[in-house]
Design a binder for this molecule. Structure first.
Ligand SMILES: O=P(O)(O)OC[C@H]1O[C@H](OP(=O)(O)OP(=O)(O)O)[C@H](O)[C@@H]1O
Ligand SMILES: O=c1[nH]c(=O)c2nc[nH]c2[nH]1
Ligand SMILES: [Mg+2]
Length: 164
């Protein structure tokens, strides 16, 4: 049973802006990166936020499907990036790196790119050039697009034997 780390829209926006700050000056030219490649779907909203902050208008995507909910499978490239060449001068963005499987596949397609994620787990961390927050490998990150606020029972009703 993994532990969960719940990310709200506010926190995601703050963390994506922190990533944008970290990426300033990391592009190959004074104007920054040539463009952003979003790894869909999870990288789409982080890419939109970072693109706004870095004033980047050229957005490409690569679609890699690795998970069905929390179940991991073989990574499949559903849509390759077409506009980014070998990635030189481009920024690749994803929401997180976990085992590094997705990042490894995209690095194979875009070896020249700068790789960034908002969140990183230890196994995938070596595969990204920039990230903001590290969580433990046994933590499952719950993103705001996968969740909704709901009723939670009062602590006293769920504490059970621990409180007796
Ligand atoms: O480092 P890894 O172990 O490869 O895991 C990280 C990847 O898994 C998730 O994508 P997912 O395959 O769930 O697709 P999605 O972004 O379309 O939801 C997440 O958005 C990353 O892209
Ligand atoms: O929503 C997600 N949270 C995670 O922690 C994760 N790891 C791989 N893929 C993931 N998707
Ligand atoms: Mg993804």
């Amino acid at each position: 049973m993994p532990r969960y780390y719940t990310v709200t829209w506010d926190q995601l926006h703050r963390d994506a802006k922190a990533l944008a700050w970290r990426l300033v000056g990391k592009g190959p030219v004074e104007g920054g990166f040539k463009g952003i490649v979003a790894i869909t779907r999870g990288g789409l909203i982080p890419a939109a936020i970072v693109a706004r902050e870095l004033d980047c208008r050229l957005i490409e995507s690569v679609s890699v499907v690795t998970y069905d909910e929390e179940e991991m499978g073989q990574p499949k490239v559903v849509k390759p990036p077409v506009a980014a060449g070998d990635g030189a001068g481009w920024l690749v963005l994803d929401d997180l790196v976990d085992t590094g499987t997705t990042a490894r596949v995209v690095r194979g397609l875009l070896p020249g790119a700068h790789f960034a994620t908002i969140y990183a787990k230890p196994a995938g961390r070596p595969l990204v050039d920039s990230f903001i927050t590290e969580v433990s490998q046994d933590t499952w990150i719950l993103f705001p697009w996968d969740t909704e606020p709901q009723f939670v029972a009062p602590i006293i009703k769920t504490a059970g034997a621990a409180g007796a």
